[in-house]
Write a protein that binds this ligand. Sequence first.
Ligand SMILES: NC(=O)c1ccc[n+]([C@@H]2O[C@H](COP(=O)([O-])OP(=O)(O)OC[C@H]3O[C@@H](n4cnc5c(N)ncnc54)[C@H](OP(=O)(O)O)[C@@H]3O)[C@@H](O)[C@H]2O)c1
Length: 234
Amino acid sequence: MTDKKIALVTGSNRGIGKEVVRQLVEKDIFVIAAGRDLAKVETALQELALPQETVAPVALDVADETSRLTAVKKILETHKRIDILVNNAAIFRDYNSLLKDLSLLDFIATINTNVFGSLHLAQLILPNMIKESFGRIVNVSSGMGAIADLHAGSGAYRVSKTALNAITKILADEVKGHNIKVNSVCPGWVRTDMGGSNATRDVSQGAFGIVWAAMLPDDGPNGGFFRDGKAISF
Ligand SMILES: NC(=O)c1ccc[n+]([C@@H]2O[C@H](COP(=O)([O-])OP(=O)(O)OC[C@H]3O[C@@H](n4cnc5c(N)ncnc54)[C@H](OP(=O)(O)O)[C@@H]3O)[C@@H](O)[C@H]2O)c1
């Protein structure tokens, strides 16, 4: 068992999640890098070339209940704690599609991955965080889910992030007094498979605000929505 804080990062085999792993290790956090394909996580970790003792890969499909239960049980048996949960994994299937035409199966898949997956992981880990009187949960959200910015197009993705933000606020209130911070973070528009090559930010800039929220001190904010460490509107 390590004395370091232990973080679980979902969807860490590519994109922003992979960079969050790198930046958290840089901050002396022991990182459990999760992905639905273990081989891809292992390849990502080899590419990052992190010291072996700083990181461990785990198979976790956030859309699958059995996978969530199995992964959290295994991590808690092995490491005893999860101090930081970064709910990063997400899908964006309905780019520019109209909600009025969207297949309900695509809507359900989006909510299942982006909302139920994140909520259930928080539910599974919070009892341990409450016991330890320490926890940081970062729900990786998007300005596309901000109420004031809701408009036509990409409805399933938008709704999933609005719902995730609601979960952030509600959970934050439910755990206040336990030294647990639950916050939403928008990484900005980032050059990844999801963000595309025209995005304005690289993964390092995108990961910055997520890592900031993961590393909040005990007197840091709880139940907020942030970009680059600055509050933005829900
Ligand atoms: N890029 C942007 O401009 C942008 C803007 C705002 C918010 N965000 C948010 O930032 C986060 C990361 O986005 P990104 O740009 O890095 O996206 P990405 O490049 O598409 O990567 C998505 C990650 O999520 C994983 N994932 C998807 N479904 C999963 C599942 N069922 N179980 C486990 N992992 C799963 C993917 O794994 P596989 O390789 O197995 O598919 C991949 O590792 C997301 O929450 C996204 O909504 C991104």
